[in-house]
Design a protein around this ligand. Structure first.
Ligand code: GDP
Ligand code: MN
Length: 397
């Protein structure tokens, strides 16, 4: 689950990570009130208006703007709220901005230069350890840094038993070229950042930029936080931060029905039990000359109700030319599944206008095939993997 920038920053702050302070607003009047309140609390005279969407690269797309007066806060917020923001990370049509974060300006002039760093915390799946990735080259062009000068990005691996050790935090701060109070601040920053990562069961923290202000404070100007869905049950407060407006509506509906569904762009829908079989079925569709329209694991119970919901969800995609049902009957008997498919089909009246290829294999597969063949419905049965692929090929070409 992804958090908005403002939610991520609040999470970090609750673990003692210093952040650029801000207040979220969903209309321009509240935005001005937020700006006034921030001035009272922090003394700031300028503000940044930041679009809250689940996508990065906002600065490049006009989603982060500096306001030097309350009047500017008003006009910038009014234009930004409701707009379709396009950045290198949004879909082509952009993402709708429902809220803005009014944040204190932290790039004020002072005794030293401001400097932008990059820092992320994530799992290294190869070594089974968390790692902190960091660079002196933070800011809006980190992708180019990773591409052209990857040696400027450092990693520090952390033993899960020991956690981030003090010498590691010091090493990170030294490698970032810091000294004096900024060095001390960075040690504190990375230490509390790592604690927040572990305690919140996050799978990614990306703070870009981490800023050294002109008076040598270290703070998070941006936050990208991804939480591990499988651990959300023990973070009820964080689970409530989910913003469904940011997610694919078909996936939201499917997940609410207990289906493991991922939307894709292809022309052959598929319905499978088990994630491994779903993956190989997607390969099969590719080999047959089609493109999978989705990943869908209906799980252990492929009864009429679930099959019907799955059909309805797949049929929402206008590009789908055929549906391949590929079920292995282990504990679930194939004839039960076949009956489920037939009942779902009949329940849906004439909603199904495209061919359905059903391959059932395993317990009672023969009875299942007989049921389907005798149903009189426009359902094509197959028993072998290749046979199913050939039939998909026939109906889509
Ligand atoms: P992103 O483009 O979506 O990653 O959004 P960020 O939150 O990282 O902001 C993008 C850029 O806006 C930063 O790299 C800064 O250059 C700029 N920015 C952010 N906050 C401030 C601020 O308080 N003052 C000024 N002058 N610029 C800021
Ligand atoms: Mn950023």
């Amino acid at each position: 689950m992804n958090l908005h920038e403002y939610q991520g920053k609040e999470l970090l702050s609750s673990f003692g990570v210093r952040i650029q302070r801000g207040i979220v607003a969903d209309n321009h009047k509240k935005a001005v009130e937020a700006a006034k309140q921030l001035s009272t609390e922090t003394g700031t005279q300028w503000w940044v208006v930041k679009a809250q969407v689940h996508a990065g690269g906002r600065g490049k797309g006009g989603g982060v703007k500096l306001a030097k007066s309350l009047q500017e806060v008003d006009t910038i917020s009014e234009a930004m709220i409701g707009m379709m923001l396009k950045t290198p990370q949004t879909p082509p049509q952009g993402k709708k901005v429902n809220q803005v974060l009014i944040a204190e300006d932290v790039y004020y002039p002072g005794e030293s230069e401001t400097k932008e760093y990059y820092m992320s915390v994530l799992l290294n799946r190869t070594t089974s350890k968390n790692m902190v990735m960091y660079s002196t080259e933070g800011g809006m062009n980190i992708e180019a840094v990773a591409d052209k000068t990857p040696h400027l990005i450092f990693t520090e691996e952390i033993d899960p038993e020991l956690g981030l050790l003090p010498f590691q935090a010091r090493k990170i701060a030294f490698n970032l070229g810091l000294s004096g109070s900024a060095l001390k601040e960075m040690i504190k920053f990375v230490t509390s950042l790592y604690t927040a990562f572990v305690k919140s069961d996050a799978s990614l923290f990306e703070i870009n930029p981490v800023l050294k202000t002109s008076d040598n404070k270290i703070l998070a100007v941006d936050s990208k936080v991804v939480l591990d869905n499988s651990a959300l049950f023990r973070h009820k407060d964080l689970a409530e931060l989910r913003d469904l407006r940011e997610e694919n509506p078909i996936e939201v509906e499917a997940n609410a029905a207990g289906l493991n569904y991922v939307d894709l762009d292809g022309n052959v829908g598929c319905m499978v039990n088990g994630a491994g079989l779903a993956m190989s079925t997607m390969d099969l569709i590719k080999q047959s000359g089609g493109e999978p329209a989705n990943f869908l694991d209906v799980g252990g119970t492929a009864d009429a109700k679930r099959v019907e919901i799955a059909f309805r969800i797949i049929l929402k995609e206008p590009n789908v030319k055929a549906i391949l049902v590929n079920i292995f009957g282990g504990i679930v008997r194939c004839d039960r599944v076949a009956q489920g498919v037939i009942d779902a089909y009949k329940n849906m009246g004439d909603a199904i206008k495209i061919p359905i290829i059903v391959r059932l294999q395993g317990t009672n597969a023969i009875e299942a095939k007989e049921l389907i063949d005798a149903s009189g419905l426009d359902v094509i049965s197959a028993t072998e993997f290749q046979e199913a692929a050939d039939k998909v090929h026939e109906v889509i070409s």
